[in-house]
Unconditional design. Sequence first.
Lengths: 111, 115
Amino acid sequence: QKEVEQNSGPLSVPEGAIASLNCTYSDRGSQSFFWYRQYSGKSPELIMSIYSNGDKEDGRFTAQLNKASQYVSLLIRDSQPSDSATYLCAVRSGNTGKLIFGQGTTLQVKP
Amino acid sequence: DTEVTQTPKHLVMGMTNKKSLKCEQHMGHRAMYWYKQKAKKPPELMFVYSYEKLSINESVPSRFSPECPNSSLLNLHLHALQPEDSALYLCASSQESTEAGNTIYFGEGSWLTVV
């Protein structure tokens, strides 16, 4: 079983719709969760971090964490073509500073 | 804009060459990292430095040699690399390496091609 799992997609949504990206993780002791956006040929860019159960909103982005289900998600409201990228879910491993990434979900927002 | 600066952005080197990748951060972070990312794969951790000391080496081959001259600088020395080492090398930093809430910020990366 992979430590962090994401559906690789592509996930295709029309412009203006809500995009929902999902991630599960295997280490029940994990405490820090991150979503990075990566455009083709570029480095990962932090979108959201979340540490507590529930929702965290930042502009058009909402991260949701459910530690009991070992599940973290990212919602993108009013999706724009510029949101088309690969979204990487990352889980911090213990107190080591090591990020374990999922394989990434490719999002395509069609005008 | 990222405050983690990496140079060079692109590097082509032969298998017998010696080269270095450089990374600098000005956020006062005490933890710095090297990650490697192959095409269409997620980043994978190579090294962690905490307070200028190597704290994690993810069983990286010795042809990759990290160095942390001070808390703002991180180098990756490359020697006798193989074509399969061609990848995007990402430097990152965070306030601390051991605190769960610290966010890790990535630089723009150095694209390495080994010929």
